[in-house]
Design a protein around this ligand. Structure first.
Ligand code: ZN
Length: 292
């Protein structure tokens, strides 16, 4: 079941996430611990913008942010980004407390909403009873650095790693590469190890800047967006762009790719907000019947 038809969304909009998670916990004791209260607003509350998000008016409660995060993780599974229990997607908390993020020790396809945790920039888990990932600073620091980013994806995408190892520019040799070539997709080279400190997260945020994402050589990729749909689709596209270029380079020398003018035009037409959301909708329709 996708979030488009999830009965969870019928909960009263004013219901607090903690209350809701607690109510779920009363059904299944594993789902949550007692909710904590009165946490400072560390993050700025996201503005309602006319961005790519078709759900901007719906993203008003922590519950919806948690559902959005669970859906994003499951969509990544549909797209083939599962790496056992590693990788994670997150959504900004509408109340400014941090991020709603996949819990540790679960695969993308296993992430129901009870496996989403609310994490602060200091790594404190405010909601949910599951463990957080070590690499939470990827998400918190990127969103702290850029208020326009409301969702972040990190996966250990194998084609991205294979491509990163070549140290060559990414070319728009298919639609997939278009969002990442003007300028060339950034590379985070400070470490190929886990990003588990605020300092590394801040350095990663600086590397990404205004880009759609970046490659993490010897590690994976990170993509960002104004909403989960965009961040997920960018992860899917970046991995596919790397795969297409690797395939071409294995067969010969690259000779043709879209120039800057065509890239700009395709970013407007091929990857418009509606097209991006249409692609994400396709992924969501193929989420497990078990639902989120
Ligand atoms: Zn990682």
């Amino acid at each position: 079941m996708s979030w488009f038809s999830s009965p969870i969304r019928e909960e009263p909009a004013e219901m607090e996430a903690a209350d809701w998670l607690k109510s779920r916990g009363e059904v299944d004791g594993r789902l949550c611990s007692a909710p904590k209260i009165s946490n400072p607003k560390i993050f700025a509350e996201p503005e309602r913008r006319g961005t790519a998000s078709t759900r901007k008016d719906e993203m008003t409660t922590p519950i919806q942010a948690a559902i959005e995060a669970a859906t994003a993780n499951q969509a990544l599974a549909v797209a083939g980004h599962t790496d056992m229990v590693w990788g994670h997607a997150s959504v900004r908390d509408p109340k400014g407390r941090g991020i709603w993020m996949k819990a540790a020790e679960w695969g993308f396809e296993e992430v129901t909403v009870d496996k989403i945790v609310l994490v602060t920039p200091d790594g404190e888990v405010l909601e949910g009873s599951q463990k957080r990932h070590l690499e939470y600073p990827i998400h918190t620091e990127i969103m702290l650095a850029n208020p326009d980013i409301n969702a972040v994806v990190h996966t250990h995408a194998p084609m991205a790693n294979a491509f990163s190892a070549l140290g060559v520019p990414l070319r728009a040799i298919s639609h997939d590469g278009v969002p990442f070539v003007r300028p060339d997709v950034p590379r985070f080279t400070l470490t190929g190890n886990l990003i588990r400190t605020r300092e590394l997260g801040q350095a990663l945020a600086e590397t990404i800047g205004d880009a759609a994402g970046c490659l993490l050589p010897a590690h994976g990729l990170v993509t960002v967006g104004p909403d989960a749909a965009t961040a997920v689709m960018r992860a899917v596209l970046l991995e596919r762009a790397c795969k297409v270029q690797l395939t071409a380079m294995a067969a010969g020398t690259l000779k043709l790719w879209s120039d800057d003018e065509e890239v700009e035009a395709k970013n407007e037409l091929v990857w418009s907000a509606s097209q991006t959301h249409a692609g994400y909708g396709y992924l969501c329709r193929h989420i497990s019947p078990e639902g989120i």
